[in-house]
Write a protein that binds this ligand. Structure first.
Ligand code: MG
Length: 402
């Protein structure tokens, strides 16, 4: 008799700096359940409602083995689709079903989808930062000593716009001065290359804060310092400009953490306009579509560098790492090492040693979740005015998305 879905719930907790969401799918088999990541920290209660009000009744009673059919049903059932709230809700259930499948077959998910292409996954940690060039250099040096080969750099910039450039009545905020941004990064790269030579691989997250022509100017200016990539050079709404970028510079391009719809990335990949895809896999609907995206990228010679910041559960990180382990085109994995409480709440969470991330070899994702402990750390709520999503302003005070 088929094992079926008995219940679906979404648990929001905050063991670290932001709210995270875990979906738990319980089955008709006593003690058999699966876990998935549904973290869209900026709109997390909307995701919880999408899971419990809409996906729960859709999933109860379904055969847990038919993951592809479940994914198609969840994506198509709302008719309108491909938004970050629904994609995260679907991801939670999708990843939980893969976890269940692994547990039923007694195998880690990476063994169900091809087996390991490598033993550990190269980690790109959270970016190196500093208020001065020396501080930034020290931060890079500390990461190199910890064994990291891929390092992103940023530099603290309180406000790049003097008051005399602002209009009367300009609102408070972080003003972005494109010329200064470009100058600063050139200075940073010149300093780091003089101090460390051509090791390690250094990348920059541009956070889509420049207009397309400024973005090309930055890429050209950094070319002599051999960045290993520029990340999110352009807004998702402006990706057509990547053709001009490609024709102008040899600097590799990493793109995609804001993507939620295949329409946003399919042409970039099939036209080979980017080098690395950076999607956040719960934002595109979970392990099922990410597996297809990794294979699609492989065909066109595009590498994977999945997004792995603070706002992801260890279950979601495990899902990314299982995919990394089987993908020949995985270059590295962004991985923010969680705090001790998170490790206590998620027994079996992936670990990092000497610049590489490792999963355990237990069935499914190999990660459990202590719900009782999670209850002691309820959601903090998203800081609407100073949260993770950074909104800047142009010199004239106009708000810019990033
Ligand atoms: Mg980024």
């Amino acid at each position: 008799m088929a094992v079926t879905v008995r219940d679906v719930k979404c648990i929001v907790t905050a063991p670290g700096m932001c709210d995270i969401a875990v979906v738990k799918v319980e089955t008709s088999e006593p003690g058999l359940y699966g876990l998935g990541c549904a973290t869209f920290t900026q709109r997390i209660t909307a995701v919880k409602a999408a899971v419990e009000d809409y996906l729960r009744p859709l999933m109860i009673g379904r055969d847990v083995s038919k993951i592809e059919d479940a994914w198609q049903q969840m994506m198509g059932n709302s008719y309108w689709r491909n938004g970050p709230v629904l994609n995260n809700a679907i991801s939670g259930v999708d990843e939980a079903l893969w976890d269940i499948k692994g547990k039923m077959l007694g195998a880690p998910v990476y063994d169900l989808v091809g087996g390991k292409a490598r033993e550990g996954v190269a980690v790109m940690p959270r970016g190196a930062h500093g208020r001065t060039l020396e501080e930034l250099g020290d931060s890079v040096e500390a990461m190199m000593k910890d064994g990291f080969g891929f390092i992103r750099v940023g530099m603290f910039s309180p406000d790049d716009c003097p008051d005399e450039r602002k209009p009367e009545g300009a609102p408070a905020g972080v003003y972005i001065n494109p010329k200064k941004t470009i100058e600063r990064y050139v200075e940073v790269f010149r300093y780091l290359r003089e101090r460390f030579g051509n090791e390690p691989d250094l990348g920059v997250d541009v956070h889509e804060r420049l207009n397309p022509t400024e973005a090309v100017t930055l890429a050209k200016a950094l070319e002599p310092y051999h960045p290993c990539f520029l990340e999110d050079l352009l807004q998702p709404e402006n990706v057509e400009w990547f053709r001009q970028v490609r024709n102008t510079t040899t600097v590799p391009m990493a793109m995609g953490e804001l993507f939620v719809n295949p329409m946003e990335y399919k042409d970039l990949i099939s036209n080979r306009l980017i080098d690395y895809i950076r999607c956040h896999i719960s934002m595109i609907g979970g392990f099922t579509p990410a597996r297809k995206l990794a294979a699609f990228c492989e065909v066109f010679g595009v590498g994977t560098m999945w997004h792995g910041p603070h706002d992801i559960t260890p279950v979601g990180m495990a899902a990314q790492l299982h995919l990394d382990l089987v993908s020949p085109n995985c270059i590295c994995q962004e991985f923010v090492i969680p705090n001790e409480l998170t490790y206590e709440m998620f027994p079996g969470a992936p670990v990092v040693r000497r610049g590489y991330a490792y999963c355990n070899d237990r069935p499914g994702w190999g990660v459990d979740f202590d719900e009782e402990l999670a209850k002691k750390y309820p959601a903090k709520g998203y800081n609407m005015r100073g949260g993770l999503a950074f909104l800047g302003r142009r010199l004239d005070g106009t708000a810019v998305r990033s």
